[in-house]
Ligand binder design. Sequence first.
Ligand SMILES: CC(C)(COP(=O)(O)OP(=O)(O)OC[C@H]1O[C@@H](n2cnc3c(N)ncnc32)[C@H](O)[C@@H]1OP(=O)(O)O)[C@@H](O)C(=O)NCCC(=O)NCCS
Length: 310
Amino acid sequence: MLFRPATEADLGRLLHCAVGEPVSWAHPERLRSFLADGHYRYDRVWVAEQDGEILARAVWWGFPGTGPLALDCLYSHPSVTDRVTLAADLLRHAHDAFGDRPAYHVFLPVGWRDNHAVAAAVGWRHEACRRAGLTDELERLRYAWTPGSPVPEPSGRLIFREEPDDEAFVAAFAAASAGSLDHHTRQALLVKDPETQAREDLADYLAMPGDRSWWRLACTPSGELAGFALPSANASGPVVGYLGVLPEHRGRGYVDDLLAEITRCHAARGARRIAADTDTGNLPMARAFERAGYELFAIRLVLSANPVNT
Ligand SMILES: CC(C)(COP(=O)(O)OP(=O)(O)OC[C@H]1O[C@@H](n2cnc3c(N)ncnc32)[C@H](O)[C@@H]1OP(=O)(O)O)[C@@H](O)C(=O)NCCC(=O)NCCS
């Protein structure tokens, strides 16, 4: 078995790697357009080849100009009897070449565990990822607001202001990370200090296509900083982005005021859809989305390397 990155000469055969299982994958149209705009690259599409036939394929996504950031697709040919072993070997070869083990993001319907075909499609991929070192499992809830849901009026409990100084947001991010139920933040804080983590988060949000001028700090009427709201956008359109309540202000429902500010920000510009993700374990956030009329429409399963063992 030959494990190698793809080349342009493979395009025809790569387009024939069709996943028939009910699981998200790099279908031909996506493969073509992302190879053209740089979100996919041939050296980030790896194949397991025997006698000139592609028996497995893995496709990683990244922004043009960054390293591979996420595994998007794991395919094996129907003739392969031990797909777990083959896929795990393929991932290991690619990880060695990348010097990194990017997480696998799988998009699934709500209630997927009860759907036999979906659970089976996830099952072998999950085991292959685990053997290749993607041992941490996280489920993210995917919500969306559409104009059928209300646009909330300001409650007046918090005063929102624009703040051009990024350092103020670094401080707010770092403060809100204490006691966070967000998996990404908790994992990051195992290996870095809150300020480093805050700077990285800020850099990620600055790199997104959302407008920096939408960001707000939120203070109580007495002038105390209570939280912050970062409406943002990705390639598909408006997203909630991020919000945080400082630990000493938690438990007062301020999350509703911050989320309402973000919804108003996008709705005022005519948004037809606002997308948002949160972890299944971040119950206060999930409940806030539900109170605000955001609809749970899908699950994102994320399989990643444990940062402590990386
Ligand atoms: C998620 C978050 C915004 C919730 O803010 P909030 O205004 O305190 O939310 P609520 O007031 O609705 O809290 C509801 C309940 O959850 C509890 N709660 C809120 N955040 C909590 C936390 N991080 N850990 C444990 N319990 C928490 C509250 O104390 C309250 O408990 P009660 O019902 O017994 O009084 C806040 O925890 C936070 O800033 N976390 C870090 C950043 C984050 O996760 N952002 C969302 C990323 S998608």
